[in-house]
Design a protein around this ligand. Structure first.
Ligand code: NAP
Length: 535
């Protein structure tokens, strides 16, 4: 029987009987690519195998508001970026649904804020346990909707779940203060109280972790949330809603309103300007972040902004080449170059330049394998869409036209329209696009430099500052450079720096606030000063 790929891999009978609200639609004529050539047989085999046995309860397509699954008047299609195949039709929420979700979140907030920290902690812990129990299915959902290699998707699910675990612990560690004032008959108290309803808008590149990093902290603090996931990846957000419900998180505390890109502007504006919303927490591009900051300004709301980066990766002459190459591979090619902390430009000192470029090219050829994310051994999946491929292609062509040399890669990959070859360029100069525009793809451009001052000047010329990496064996240089780099996070002889225990965030136009760590919960707490007199 011809059917949509999810129905085929999960079993239509299972879906139909256990989940009557499911709106995944069978398609006539079998698997229908949204556009472009049909996926090859090898891709289809791997994909179907990857989703076999997936829990139907997690495949939600309606919005989740006030603890109920609600369809919207319209739906939008979600596609597998590897094959272009339609995955399913998802509720396309509009302003009406957005306002209803805010109302539900506000009503829930009035009750959730009174729930004891211990109880909130316990519910978050149950949610975490359910994520771990369902980690294989959740990882498959990420691979299906984002194209991320399955091994990395498993990594994201653990990272994502750990935020719920971490904030279940932090929920019980919110302390106030007592201050002794000059007046003997008074004491000043500082209380910490939840901010209120948070509007949470997230990107497609970490469809699960970007939600729990915010929502874990928000719920721990006593806030409730309305989540608008990215158009490309709504399924992970909805699967999280199913698990939140199973965990016993009360109705209205976690709401999800998926919408198409066509509605994103209006829905974003509706939730970010609603008077019942007190906080906007956004992860995504700097351009969108600025729009949301305008919304926040008009109604004076608290904000957290996790925006784009342009991470420099500096290799000094004293560096260990093998270590630097391992770090470069990890920081550049994770999620096929589509993370905000991916190295964007490689600054390599003259004395070590040739050895580094040679070893980096060899490591790329040996270790990177482009393919469908479900295929065993794939390290580089597709980019999220063809627009993303065009951006990388444009940067490569621009660099080559201005004198850069292609060491390896350099063009679209034969596998399909969303694939690009892992690419290494040298002889790159600062007038090239790839050195001042976030790439978000598998392109590593190498600039040669002579002095430490020169490298720092190039790195700090960016108007964003999220992550930065450098490799050196000189302790004095390590302190100097770590302190001088204008970024929120520094990797010293290390290419992978994210962890729930550590503060994540940027400076300059990379954003405002920090997520994760002991600081993350503060983004969802207000300080209230109480002057207790007449003592
Ligand atoms: P994006 O275009 O800004 O989209 C992010 C989210 O904002 C999506 O849900 C999107 O919806 C929504 N959106 C777009 N326009 C909107 C508007 N006018 N009003 C309200 N919402 C709107 O970013 P992206 O291209 O998906 O994600 C990649 C960017 O995110 C990169 O710049 C990356 O560096 C950054 N990022 C930063 C971090 C961090 O922690 N600092 C982490 C991950 C990613 P649609 O999907 O429907 O367009």
């Amino acid at each position: 029987m011809a059917t949509c790929i999810w129905l085929r891999s999960c079993g239509a009978r299972r879906l139909g009987s256990t989940f009557p609200g499911c709106r995944l639609r069978p398609r006539a004529g079998g698997l229908v690519p949204a556009s472009g050539p049909a996926p090859g047989p090898a891709q289809l085999r791997c994909y179907a195998g990857g989703l076999a046995g997936l829990s139907a309860a997690l495949l939600r397509t309606d919005s989740f508001v006030g603890g109920r699954w609600l369809p919207a008047a319209a739906t939008f299609p979600v596609q597998d970026p590897a094959s272009g195949a339609a995955l399913g039709m998802v509720a396309d929420c509009g302003v009406r649904e957005a306002r209803a979700a805010v109302r539900a979140a506000y009503e829930a907030f009035c009750r959730w804020r009174e729930v004891s920290a211990k109880e909130r902690s316990s519910l978050l812990r149950k949610w975490y346990n359910l994520m771990i129990q369902n980690k294989d299915d959740l990882a498959r959902i990420i691979t299906a909707e984002s194209g991320k290699p399955l091994k990395e998707a498993h990594g994201e699910i653990l990272y994502s779940a750990f935020f719920l675990e971490w904030f279940s612990e932090e929920a019980r560690r919110v302390y106030g203060d007592i201050i002794y004032t000059p007046a003997k008959d008074r004491r000043a108290l500082v209380l910490k109280q939840p901010v209120g309803v948070a509007a949470v808008i997230t990107p497609w590149n970490f469809p699960s972790a970007m939600i729990t990093r915010k929502v874990g902290a928000a719920l721990a603090a006593g806030c409730t949330v309305v989540v608008k996931p990215a158009e490309d990846t709504p399924f992970s957000a909805l699967a999280l809603a199913e698990l939140a419900s199973q965990a016993g998180i009360p109705s209205g505390v976690y709401n999800v309103i998926p919408c198409s890109r066509k509605n994103a502007k209006e829905v974003g504006e509706a939730i970010c300007t609603d008077p019942l919303v007190s906080k906007i927490s956004f992860t995504g591009s700097t351009t969108t972040g600025k729009i949301l900051l305008h919304h926040a300004a008009n109604s004076v709301k608290r904000v957290s902004m996790e925006l784009g980066g342009l991470a420099p990766f500096i290799v000094f002459d004293s560096a260990n080449v093998d270590q630097a190459v391992a770090g470069a591979m990890a920081s550049k090619f994770r999620n096929t170059g589509q993370t905000c902390v991916c190295s964007n430009q490689f600054l390599v000192q003259r004395g070590i330049h040739d050895a580094f470029v040679k070893a980096f090219a060899e490591a790329m050829k040996k270790n990177l394998r482009v393919g469908n994310g479900f295929e065993e051994g794939t390290t580089q999946g597709p980019l999220i869409n063809e627009k993303a491929v065009e951006k990388v292609e444009k940067q490569v062509n621009d660099a080559v036209s201005k004198g850069a040399t292609v060491v390896t890669g350099g063009k679209r990959h034969q596998l399909g329209k969303n694939f690009f070859e892992p690419t290494l360029l040298c002889n790159v100069t600062q007038d090239m696009l790839c050195t001042h525009e976030e790439t978000f793809g598998p392109l590593a451009p190498v600039i040669k430099f002579d002095t430490e001052e020169e490298a720092i000047a190039i790195a700090n010329a960016a108007d964003v500052g999220l992550a930065g990496y450098f490799y050196s064996q000189d302790p004095a240089q390590i302190w100097r450079v770590a302190e001088q780099l204008e970024v929120g996070m520094v990797g010293v002889n290390e290419g992978l720096i994210s962890s729930v225990e550590c503060p994540f965030g940027g400076v300059k136009q990379s954003g405002l606030g920090r997520e994760g760590s002991k600081y993350g919960i503060d983004e969802y707490l207000e300080l209230k000063y109480v002057c207790y007199g007449g003592l």
